[in-house]
Design a binder for this molecule. Structure first.
Ligand code: ACO
Length: 428
């Protein structure tokens, strides 16, 4: 096989190297295209065919339904690892041994205090504020309390920044939910595991002792692992591109949270639940909504179906579907919303429109059902996604900075007016 690609344009031939990844993925390296061809660029809105970087973090094959973090399959990690181990693996490249993991956790606990003044910023938001907006703002506000920018040349400083955000971010997540629910703000408990502590910070009632529930913690752990990274998706690309201007880690993460918020990305889990609730309120007729989803004159889309990359079953959806069943059985929840979800899933998997377009349920189709069962308000679902994605964003930001990637700055093809004379206002 040739390791070169030839482009012919206007009678001229241009040669480009073809590079190969460790899983034999191929890419035409067009870095020299514009300079060698006197201005020719490629155009690819939505970047469906464009690689923005070389990365050693996450591998996914959307056709085969494969997802691996640092070479480990998502199925094995979801079954055998916990979220903190996965976070370490994603960020630093290897699974930690017991000593390293304990040290990592101890370092995180050491940094878990969030400045009391941050509460004043939270107070400024109305209770009706969407928690994703609150989280993005609070993450950005953290910069004011941790103003020194990280020297990425120092492994120690980089480690410290990473530990700080892994410690403080769950506090912000918990605060944004407690504000929504009208609960007093709470701090964690150092005697608890990382995910247990998150659960405690979110749910502990002022008048009750915190009660651990193994099934709930395991489901939460699994959900966070499944969301921990997904290579160059919209929010991760945002984190990398913001970071490429040498904006700090917290600023880059805050931008990533905003990108995740949209209903075509992380906001889909909230959109799924809202859609299921709307179908229920409308009498539960799934066939009517299937027809709407297929009608090209109707903007309605079946939320939680389809994926930019997976054109086969989303491997995360398979794992989460089982977890959803377990949690609902354990908590004794008989949810009519779940019946509607199952009905839609069955119909879509048999419907030629969905089959031909390879539209399968994605991870968010099921995650919302678990979050709902755990008592997490619908508006918090995307915040939970952000909590899970945090290690992935950090890993990708770190990799981008350590690789010394240039500032992200796409080109365009201009389609506007040519030069024209200014017309004064009275003559327009
Ligand atoms: N319901 C109905 N039709 C759909 C759906 C859907 N959920 N998704 C895609 N289609 C149709 C499109 O109308 C299009 O049909 P056409 O070829 O006849 O024009 C075809 O399938 C391809 O759709 P695109 O939008 O081109 O696919 P793309 O890869 O760009 O989009 C996306 C993927 C955005 C996820 C899309 O499937 C969607 O909007 N899904 C619903 C929202 C959702 O669940 N998002 C979560 C993504 S997962 C995540 O972020 C973790």
């Amino acid at each position: 096989m040739s390791d070169k690609a030839i482009l012919e344009y206007n009678g001229k031939r241009y040669e480009f190297p073809v590079i190969k990844g460790t899983e034999n993925e191929l890419a035409i390296d067009i870095k020299t295209l514009r300079t060698s061809s006197n201005g020719l660029i490629t155009i690819d809105p939505g970047y469906k065919n464009t690689g923005s970087c070389e990365s050693a973090i996450t591998y996914l094959d959307g056709e085969k339904g494969i997802l691996r973090y640092r070479g480990y399959s998502i199925e094995e990690l979801a079954e055998k690892a916990d979220f903190l181990e996965v976070a370490y693996l994603l960020i630093f490249g290897e699974l930690p041994n017991t000593e390293r993991l304990n040290q990592f956790h101890a370092d995180i606990k050491e940094e878990s205090n969030v400045d009391e003044e941050m509460k004043k910023i939270l107070d400024g938001f109305p209770k009706s504020a969407h928690p994703m907006g609150v989280l993005s703002s609070l993450t950005s506000a953290l910069i004011a309390f941790n103003p020194t920018s990280v020297n990425v040349g120092s492994e120690k400083e980089m480690y410290h920044a990473i530990v700080r955000i892994l410690a403080k971010f769950p506090v912000l997540v918990a605060w944004s939910m407690r504000k929504k629910k009208g609960l007093p703000l709470d701090y964690g408990d150092d005697s608890l595991g990382y995910v247990e502590n998150i659960h405690k910070m979110m749910f502990k009632k002022p008048t009750h002792e915190y009660q651990k529930n193994k099934v709930v913690i395991e489901a939460l752990d699994k959900l966070l692992i499944l969301h921990a990274d997904h290579e160059q998706n919209c929010s991760t690309s945002t984190v990398r591109i913001v970071g490429s201007s040498h904006a700090g880690l917290f600023a880059s993460l805050s931008a990533g949270i905003s990108a995740l918020w949209g209903p075509l990305h992380g906001g889909a889990n909230q959109a799924v639940l809202e859609m299921l609730e709307a179908i229920e309120a409308d009498g539960g007729d799934t066939k009517k909504y299937m027809a709407k989803a297929k009608d090209k004159n109707d903007p309605f889309r079946l939320m939680g179906f389809g994926h930019r990359v997976y054109k086969n079953f989303d491997p995360r959806a398979k794992i989460i579907k089982v977890a959803a069943d377990e949690v609902l059985a354990d908590l004794g929840i008989d949810d009519p919303i779940l019946e509607i979800a199952k009905g839609l899933e069955k119909e879509a998997l048999e419907d030629p429109y969905f089959v031909e377009r390879k539209l399968y349920p994605n991870v968010d189709f099921y995650s919302g059902i678990i979050y709902r069962a755990l008592g997490i308000p619908t508006e918090m679902f995307t915040v939970m996604f952000a909590l899970g994605r945090l290690p992935g964003w950090i890993a990708q930001w770190r990799e981008m900075r350590l690789n010394g990637e240039p500032i992200g700055r796409p080109r365009q093809i201009y389609t506007g007016e040519n030069l024209r004379p200014f017309v004064s206002v009275e003559k327009r």
